[in-house]
Write a protein that binds this ligand. Structure first.
Ligand code: TYD
Length: 202
């Protein structure tokens, strides 16, 4: 069975690097794997991404719908078909980002976010969620020039996001692995591989 592996964390936590390392590692043991990202990953999803990251007039609810519009498309067009073809799918962000940012961060009630996330994710549930945990001060200092309106948010916003992630991971410790994102990338990759390898039929 192909795996769905999700990486979560605040900006600058190193998710993108880890998704690529894991894909290469899976390929090196002859397992097919792809990486994708949210928001984005499809042609229209990338256009929706540009709106989300750049437009200053969005409200929290309109953000919630836009993230989920892109998500619904990604799940239908890419994630489900790839998993059916026995290709492992590694996602840079998924529904937990929406819970962290739009609920813990933007303060939309958690149940509202969960309901809309659930519809958009078409019953797809990850096998493993990796949280790359780091104090936001440290993560943001890795990116001195904010690239979008989320990175321009105050530290307090990012702290709420981190706390939200930690609360979710604590609630479901069987599904989440929490890794100190201040470790070296190869150390992080080794911890991730230690979790993924036993799940493979090799
Ligand atoms: P991105 O450049 O992908 O961030 P990073 O490289 O740090 O992961 O930008 C995506 C931004 O959108 C990021 O700030 C988190 C935010 N986001 C939400 O607020 N809700 C969501 O559901 C998702 C998927 C992302």
């Amino acid at each position: 069975m192909a795996l769905l592996i999700v990486f979560e964390g605040v900006e600058g936590s190193g998710k993108t690097t880890q998704t690529q390392i894991l894909r290469d590692k899976l390929e090196s043991v002859n397992q097919h794997a792809i990486t994708t990202r949210e928001p984005g990953g499809t042609a229209s999803g990338e256009l929706i991404r540009n709106i989300i990251l750049d437009q200053e007039d969005l409200t929290p609810m309109s953000e919630l719908y836009l993230f989920n519009a892109a998500r619904s498309l990604l799940i239908e067009q890419l994630v489900i078909p790839q998993l059916r073809k026995e290709v492992h799918v590694i996602m840079d962000r998924f529904i937990y980002s929406t819970m962290a940012y739009q609920s813990y961060g933007r303060e939309i009630p958690l149940q509202t976010v969960k309901t809309i996330n659930e519809i958009a994710s078409h019953q797809v549930v990850p096998d493993v969620i990796v949280l790359l945990d780091i104090p936001p001060q440290k993560a943001l200092s890795r990116r001195p020039d904010p690239r979008d309106r989320f990175e321009r948010e105050a530290l307090d916003f990012h702290t709420k996001i981190r706390d939200g992630y930690l609360a979710m991971a604590q609630e479901n410790p069987r599904d989440w692995i929490v890794i100190d994102a201040d470790l070296k990338p190869d150390q992080i990759a080794e911890i991730v591989w230690g979790k993924i390898q036993p799940l493979l039929n090799i």
